[in-house]
Design a protein around this ligand. Structure first.
Ligand code: AMP
Ligand code: MN
Ligand code: MN
Ligand code: MN
Length: 294
């Protein structure tokens, strides 16, 4: 297996809408012989303390990250930020506002689902979140686990009721994309545009480069081979680091850990851009764990 040359730079834990704890995720990555992972929960850094403690205990390289949900005109754009200082006060304050807004939004979606005849208690939703972060998957899991909709209908239900334009959908009030890039940089992090193929507007890439975008997630499970090739060319045109990751959430029907990966050269290019205090620790663990590669 050549896993030990590959990194998965896009994963979620229970701190946002994943199903595994940060510890379980890091231990799984080590068992899969990935060279390292980035933990990139949506709009929260609450899982990073446990992820980094596990990284220490296991001697396994973990990049502290976050995936910021942002608005760019009418597009939802996700910015991955790597090697952030998760204790950075401005980052924490802004994320606290975002998760607070998410709570109100989730309550509104629950109210709409109830009005549509899908009985869903707010407490059932809260019980499925591990912290203040709540997103649409928590609503769907609560509906399935309280028997309101069958598990095999969950995906259809999501598309029928909870996507933009659908009756129970409420938009987020999020960071503007440029602000997210500035925030990532201010926290010592390295901003990378997530899954550009899911965004449908490659024209915004040069504008994001102008405010400090460093990388492009070229390798992603939902990108076709043509899209991956297209975005790799784009990365090279704009001098962006090509990265990759699975978007693993721990869901049995979702992408598996390591389904899309990033090569070591790109990881080292990200390290060179990192200003936060945690890149040296990552490199140290990489160096030590590389000695055990077969
Ligand atoms: P939210 O944070 O409320 O905007 O929910 C977005 C999350 O829902 C994403 O991060 C995915 O984990 C999940 N998601 C998005 N689209 C779908 C879909 N069509 N089916 C199932 N889950 C989805
Ligand atoms: Mn998600
Ligand atoms: Mn995303
Ligand atoms: Mn993601």
């Amino acid at each position: 297996m050549k896993n030990h040359l590959r990194f998965d730079l896009h994963t979620h834990t229970r701190a946002s809408d994943g199903l595994l704890s940060p510890r379980e995720l890091v231990v799984l990555a080590k068992r899969r012989s990935l060279a390292g992972i980035a933990v990139t929960d949506h709009d929260t850094v609450d899982g990073l303390g446990e992820a980094l403690t596990t990284s220490e205990e296991e001697g396994y390289p973990v990049i502290p990250g976050v995936e910021l949900t942002t608005d760019y005109d009418r597009f939802e754009v996700h910015i991955l930020a790597y090697f952030i200082d998760h204790r950075h006060p401005e980052l924490r304050a802004r994320l606290a506002e975002v998760t607070h807004d998410r709570l109100a939004r989730a309550e509104e979606m629950v109210a709409r689902l109830n009005a549509l005849g899908y009985h869903l208690a707010w407490e059932a939703v809260r019980a499925r979140a591990n912290g203040p972060y709540i997103g649409r998957p928590h609503l769907v899991r609560a509906l399935v686990e309280t028997g309101v909709i069958p598990r095999e209908k969950a995906e259809d239900f999501f598309r029928a009721y909870l996507v933009p334009g659908a009756p129970a959908y409420v938009p987020h009030r999020e960071l503007a994309t440029e602000e997210a890039i500035r925030l990532a940089l201010a926290a010592g992090g390295v901003p990378v545009l997530a899954h550009p193929g899911r965004m449908g507007n490659p024209k915004l890439i040069p504008r994001l480069v102008a405010v400090g975008l460093v990388g492009l997630e070229t390798d992603y499970p939902l990108h076709s081979a043509q899209e991956t090739a297209f975005y790799r060319r784009l990365a090279s045109t704009y001098g962006l680091v090509p990265t990759g990751g699975s978007d693993f959430h721990g869901e049995p029907n979702g992408p598996s850990l390591g389904l899309a990966t990033c090569e070591g050269a790109s990881v080292l290019a990200l390290v060179r851009h990192a200003r936060g205090p945690l890149a040296p620790a990552f490199l140290g663990k990489l160096y030590i764990s590389a000695n055990s590669w077969e």
